[in-house]
Design a protein around this ligand. Structure first.
Ligand code: NAD
Ligand code: DAU
Length: 335
């Protein structure tokens, strides 16, 4: 089987490539990645000749048409993925997430190639902290940020291509991922690498916003379950019952790294900051038999701390520029 993995040099895509090579001996992978600030060749180093890396843009229609035509399956991870960046400059999000997805869908339609679309729980908006509800496949779309609205738009394009053109596609919407090779702009790696650098972790607003954490390998195992057994045209939510507020996560990181639990700063809040995400993954579990393999968020977090401690060569080149960008927009707030 020949698969085209877009965004395969990013966080989740590169972990998908690693997982695929170690569990699927019959699969050859082509990565299509523009190598933006978020792409890392180091994430794909030493993987052998079952992986070909093509540096290119998913909005390049000729390139995409040629590559899609040479493969049996497209798994589409490529995106502009960071909410904070989408607030300062939304255009790359519209370009990559909407126009890029359109470009891939048209190529998959022309060549009649199976397509799996990676998306996010953020398309559903947010929940109150005390709301017993969780997102399901039936929750209406209500995105808040430029990032999540472009992801919602891309999901709707996929649904339309299934219905109008009979595209053989599935969609998954996953909650917050953590694990190795995540860019240091994101919450968990930012705080771990801050602690390594003797910088106090930074919490947006009151720190009580809740995210539903899942290890990246559990996400990617679910993606394979959907590719193997999912129904064409359907959407599956992926989540591992990992709800935690940001303050608790920072406390856990500080404790795992031998620091005082109060050793963090509150900083300016993110505009429009979603309060809580929570996934009900009953459909994925009952229909496709998927279950997360990581026993607990705390164990996965400890392994992630160890990965960043052991792989400073990987993250060091991106740390300074990331913190300078944050310093320009965020300041410490007394609470
Ligand atoms: P990431 O930012 O780490 O990686 C994105 C990759 O896409 C990078 O390698 C980048 O170079 C590439 N890319 C960006 N624009 C491109 C373009 N125009 N053409 C080709 N490649 C391009 O993102 P991630 O966290 O790995 O997220 C991957 C996917 O998973 C995204 O679609 C995201 O919306 C979705 N998702 C992420 C999470 C999460 O917690 N990180 C949760 C649910 C869903
Ligand atoms: O829910 C899935 C989404 O999760 C994905 O679709 C996105 O691609 C991914 O980036 C992530 O979005 P979030 O905005 O939830 O992730 P982020 O890591 O930016 O922030 C997680 C939480 O931590 C959020 O409440 C904001 C907060 N935060 C973030 C940073 C970077 C802080 O308190 N301090 C920080 O320094």
């Amino acid at each position: 089987m020949r698969i085209l993995v877009t965004g395969g040099a990013g966080f989740i895509g590169s972990n998908f490539v690693h997982l695929t090579l170690s569990t699927r001996p019959d699969v050859a992978v082509t990565v299509l990645d523009a190598m933006t600030y978020a792409g890392s060749r180091a994430s794909l180093a030493a993987l052998g000749d079952r992986v070909t890396v093509v540096e290119g843009d998913i909005t390049d229609a000729d390139l995409v048409d040629r590559l899609v035509g040479e493969h049996d399956l497209v798994v589409h991870f490529a995106a502009e993925s960071h909410n904070d960046n989408s607030l300062s400059n939304p255009w790359p999000f519209v370009h990559t997430n909407v126009v890029g997805t359109y470009t891939l869908l048209e190529a998959a339609r022309r060549h009649d190639v199976r397509y799996h679309h990676i998306s996010t729980d953020e398309v559903y908006g947010d929940l109150e902290l005390d709301d017993p509800a969780r997102f399901t496949e039936a929750t209406p779309y209500n995105p808040s940020s430029p990032y999540s609205s472009t992801k919602g738009a891309s999901d709707l394009l996929v649904r339309a291509w299934v219905r109008s053109f009979g595209l053989k596609a599935t969609i998954s919407n996953c909650s917050n991922n953590y694990g190795p090779r995540q860019h240091v702009e994101k919450f968990i790696p930012r705080q771990i690498t801050n602690v390594i650098d003797d910088i106090r972790p930074k919490l947006y607003g009151d720190g009580l916003n809740v995210r539903d954490w899942i290890h990246v390998d559990d996400h990617n195992r679910a993606v394979w379950a959907i590719i193997d057994h999912g129904q064409i045209g359907e959407t599956y939510l992926i989540g591992a019952d990992g709800e935690a507020d940001n303050k608790t996560v920072v406390h856990d990181i500080l404790e795992l790294m031998g620091k005082d639990a109060g050793d963090f700063d509150h900083v300016t809040d993110r505009p429009g900051h979603d309060r809580r995400y929570a996934i009900d993954s009953t459909r994925l579990r009952t229909e496709l038999g998927w279950e997360p393999e990581y026993p607990s968020f705390r164990e996965g977090l400890a392994a992630t701390v160890e990965w960043y401690r052991a792989n400073e060569d990987w993250w060091r080149p991106m740390k300074e520029a990331t913190e300078s960008k944050y310093a320009a927009t965020q300041s410490i707030v007394q609470r």
